[in-house]
Design a protein around this ligand. Structure first.
Ligand SMILES: C[S@@+](CC[C@H](N)C(=O)[O-])C[C@H]1O[C@@H](n2cnc3c(N)ncnc32)[C@H](O)[C@@H]1O
Length: 210
């Protein structure tokens, strides 16, 4: 039987092998994206046409920046991206970045000040809380971030704007989904190929404020 540290070593090694052999990791390197997550947004955008030239976008949980990169390549010179993350993010054209905690009043006020009253075409959130490994705690934290992102979207989207958020099927998910259905005209779930099958992650796309 493996001792716990040998097990941990083995699972780190398995993760590394999976990461290195992952076709999306290789593609991201070739195409200059900062992470494989780019392909989740590309796939959803190809289907749902979220990002357009001139779009005003707020990217919540943006680091290392691949969703912002995808959006920046499409919005052209008239579009804007305001991005926030707890972690640092390397700058890029068209992206105004705030390093801070979206759940705190200060960084939220900073985003609002940057918008100067402008309404937003797309609020996209890929925020992922620090995982404790305790499923009930992790689900609750993830849903809390979804709720904060939805609250922001409701206050700042254009009437025909869109809200895309990462979510996890677990405690609180169904209530969140039903709440979105009350607030938006359509709510659809998306599980892009780039999102690993074993991950409970999926994306909810809510369109058109009610
Ligand atoms: C999966 S990563 C995002 C990847 C990103 N969409 C990309 O394509 O590069 C999740 C991010 O959410 C951020 N995050 C989690 N909680 C946050 C919070 N309260 N405020 C801001 N960012 C947060 C984490 O720091 C992490 O960088």
């Amino acid at each position: 039987m493996l001792n716990p540290s040998a097990k941990r070593h083995k699972s780190n090694k398995d993760w590394m092998m999976e990461h290195v052999n992952d076709p999306y990791v290789q593609k991201a390197k070739q195409e200059g994206y900062r992470s494989r997550a780019a392909y989740k947004l590309i796939e959803i955008d190809t289907k749902d046409k979220l990002i357009k030239p001139g779009s005003v976008i707020v990217d919540l949980g943006s680091a290392p920046g691949s969703w912002s990169q995808v959006a920046a390549r499409k919005i052209g010179n008239t579009g804007r991206i305001i991005a926030i993350d707890l972690l640092e993010m390397q700058g890029m054209g068209h992206v105004e970045f705030i390093q801070g905690d979206f759940s705190e009043a200060g960084p939220l006020a900073q985003i609002e000040a940057m918008l100067v009253g402008a309404k937003v075409d797309l609020v996209m959130s890929d925020m992922l809380p620090n995982m404790s490994g305790v499923p009930t705690i992790d689900s609750a934290r993830a849903i809390y971030l979804c709720e904060l992102a939805a609250e922001f979207a409701l206050a700042h989207l254009k009437p025909d704007g869109k809200f895309l958020t990462k979510a996890y099927q677990g405690p609180g998910y169904e209530e969140f989904f039903q709440q979105l259905k009350k607030q938006f005209k359509t709510v659809a779930s998306r599980k892009p190929d780039a999102s690993r099958d074993r991950s409970a992650e999926l994306f909810l796309l809510a369109s058109g404020l009610k």
